[in-house]
Design a protein. Structure first.
Length: 201
């Protein structure tokens, strides 16, 4: 065993390349993955619920979208495919995850519209029409709150954030906390023990 987590900046675990297949909105995706990133062997169940239950961007959506904690890039690739006129920012602390996301953006023909960066790589002036995240709950409540306090304020005035959180890992308490911070939070859907939260100003 190693000390690696999916939020380790530079995983020491051997890469072990593999592929992950899944369907969203009638399209099949076959993406590269690897050990040392979040949900390396399959589409994470929470991510699957998010992509199935949240309102994917329409083809006419423009501007900047954010995939916060992109992993190997499934949300990034779905957003880029659904909104071909938008720019998708894929943010992750994990270098291997970023490399995989960049490769997968190329696989789906979106390399020119996907910006894969570490958290500090997003220019200060960029705001997002949509933020999507299966947030890293296991970093701890305080760190999770700081993460959301950093990124949610970059939502455009009429923007929307979509979050998925397992109920048993604090989905309901996170909804209450976000409301206490002044956000409008709707439990948009629940499935397989996950809450899909729609967050607006």
């Amino acid at each position: 065993m190693t000390g690696d987590h999916y939020f380790t900046p530079e995983p020491a675990t051997a890469a072990q390349p593999r592929e992950v297949e899944f369907h969203v909105a009638g399209r099949q995706y076959t993406l590269a993955s690897s050990a040392g990133v979040f949900s390396a062997a399959r589409l994470d169940p929470g991510t699957a619920v998010l992509l199935r239950k949240a309102d994917l961007p329409s083809p006419g959506v423009t501007g900047d979208l954010l995939d916060l904690g992109c992993g190997f890039g499934p949300i990034t690739c779905v957003l880029a495919s659904s909104a071909p006129s938008a720019t998708v920012w894929a943010v992750d602390v994990n270098e291997r995850a970023r490399d995989l996301t960049a490769a997968n953006a190329a696989r789906v023909g979106a390399a020119q519209r996907v910006r894969v960066v570490a958290p500090d790589g997003v220019p200060a002036g960029v705001t997002f029409t949509q933020i999507w995240s299966n947030p890293p709950i296991r970093i701890g409540k305080d760190e999770l709150h700081q993460l959301l306090l950093r990124w949610l304020p970059r939502l455009a005035p009429d923007g929307v954030a979509w979050l998925v959180v397992a109920r048993h890992l604090g989905g309901d308490s996170l909804q209450r906390w976000l409301t206490e911070q002044g956000w409008r939070v709707e439990r948009h859907a629940s499935q397989k023990g996950f809450r899909v939260l729609r967050v607006t100003r």
